[in-house]
Design a protein around this ligand. Structure first.
Ligand code: B12
Length: 415
């Protein structure tokens, strides 16, 4: 029986593609989230291209046009290397040349912008052991440069492989997954044998660690939101863990059980659901007929005659890291089902001197950037981390819904 299951699970690749209904539903939800008064999200265009979204519709055309305009306006001065890399991947997946992005009467070479920003990341990584932003972004940078067939990513890919192999490094699953995609691309192009061996070692180490984790955790690799990227990585790198087989059925079952709502989460999981990964971004056939017509349906709202019952949540903010240390607690009452942001807002409204805070819009929703006048910083690698009962939350304040009696902590910490 076990052998039969293993055979069914591991070798039948076809069983590891989600149903068209599921893909269409997620595409629809993701496209429906596009807000025309906000900056375009390149991850959404990339996912639409990889998962066969409607490339004839208004949303697609709007995204593509805005991405070009935003690139010309902001890439050089106002984007991080990782953001530029996502723009490059999005353009490549639409069969657009990122070396010649035309908008607003100008032509921009987005690859040289990316190359320059990657150089800055790598210089700091070599010098101080940490990149300018994150290893996640550096991995995106290398992937985008490699897929665009730029010239300068071999050395960065060797440095990334060394980072991945550092025994003491505790790198997020999400980051290791994108690193795997970048290294798998670079692997085919590095010339020196010893460099290729190093990349291979890193690829084997990470992919095997994913398979081990999946086995140990009943199908889960990282958390539910790292699954999209982890699945993409395992799909794209079978030769690096062969002859070991991947029980993709088990991993797919975990993902299929979850009802992804956030556009970014959907954008990362959709490619995997159709058997693709970001590695395929540069090889798509853009003349192929457009995918299913997605009509924007309204998700039915939940109507209830009774207002939700009030719940009480304890909220503590702690800084033991920088400047004058502090720790403050309060109890806040909000309607059941409220998002954590509501708790922060009520706390701030009741005790503004203590619990005032600021958020910034990001692709994943509102990110808390400052509390009690203390702001996180990319330079110092500090941020406000949210925890419940000592465990880091796996969602942010815009989606996490605390339950009655829960104790939420915000700790100022480093990453
Ligand atoms: C690096 C990273 C961070 C870094 C960002 C540092 C930096 N300056 O770059 C730090 C450590 C600060 C961070 C914090 C958090 N993160 Co984080 N992060 C990531 C990671 C690995 C890569 C993001 C990235 O660089 N993208 C590439 C760049 C180019 O795109 P970008 O749009 O510019 O990225 C920005 C946003 O992603 C934002 N960001 C990062 N994490 C989060 C989380 C939330 C909820 C929001 C709103 C924004 C946000 O910071 C990035 C840089 O500015 C992703 C993994 C993934 N699968 O995407 C998780 C991820 C996005 N983070 C996650 C979480 C849960 C958090 C925290 C809520 C954890 C916690 N318990 O406190 C906090 C945010 C708390 C707050 N203050 O509001 C989840 C989100 C899941 C979800 N459904 O909402 C992810 C998917 C990881 C996971 N698998 O669980 N994160």
């Amino acid at each position: 029986m076990g052998v039969l299951l293993a055979l069914l699970g591991c070798t039948a690749t076809e069983s590891c593609v989600a149903s068209q209904d599921k893909v269409t539903q997620l595409l629809q939800r993701m496209e429906g989230s596009v807000n025309y008064s906000e900056p375009p999200n390149p991850s959404i265009l990339l996912a639409m291209n990889l998962a066969g979204g409607n490339t004839e519709g208004f949303t697609y055309k709007w995204l593509l046009q805005e991405i070009k305009e935003e690139a010309v306006r902001k890439a050089q001065k106002d984007m991080t290397s990782g953001q530029v890399a996502l723009y490059v991947l999005a353009l490549l997946s639409s069969c657009e040349d990122p070396r010649q992005v035309q908008a607003q009467g100008q032509t921009l070479d987005l690859i040289s912008v990316l190359q320059q920003k990657t150089d800055e990341e790598i210089a700091k990584l070599e010098d101080q052991g940490v990149p300018k932003t994150t290893l996640f972004s550096v991995s995106l940078d290398i992937l985008a440069l490699c897929l665009a067939k730029a010239s300068d990513y071999q050395n960065p890919s060797v440095i990334l492989a060394k980072q991945v192999l550092r025994p003491e490094s505790h790198i997020f699953v999400d980051t290791r997954a994108v690193a795997v995609l970048a290294l798998a691309c670079a692997y085919d192009y590095v010339d020196a044998q010893d460099e290729q061996n190093l990349l291979q070692m890193a690829l084997e180490a990470v992919t095997n660690s994913f398979l081990d984790e999946q086995e140990a955790e009943n199908g889960m690799i990282g958390n539910i939101y790292s699954m999209g990227l982890a699945l993409q990585a395992l799909e794209a790198t079978r030769k690096f863990y062969a002859p070991r087989e991947w029980n993709c059925t088990q991993a797919f079952a975990v993902v299929s059980r979850h009802d992804y709502q956030q556009p970014m989460a959907i954008a990362q999981v959709l490619p995997a659901l159709v058997g693709r990964s970001y590695l395929d971004a540069a090889g798509l056939d853009c003349s192929a007929s457009p995918g299913p017509q997605v009509t924007l349906a309204q998700t039915p709202g939940v109507h209830t005659d009774f207002p939700p019952a009030p719940i009480t949540v304890t909220y503590t903010i702690t800084n033991k890291l920088q400047g004058k240390h502090f720790k403050h607690s309060t109890s806040v009452t909000v309607p059941d089902g409220s998002i954590l942001l509501r708790v922060l807002e009520v706390a701030a409204a009741e005790k503004p001197q203590t619990f005032s805070f600021e958020t910034e819009k990001t692709s994943w929703g509102p990110m808390v950037v400052s509390i009690h006048g203390l702001a996180g910083s990319t330079e110092d690698r500090t941020y406000w981390q949210f925890l419940s009962a000592g465990n880091a939350l796996d969602e942010g304040v815009g989606t996490y819904k605390p339950h009655a009696g829960e104790h939420i902590q915000a700790n100022f910490t480093t990453y």
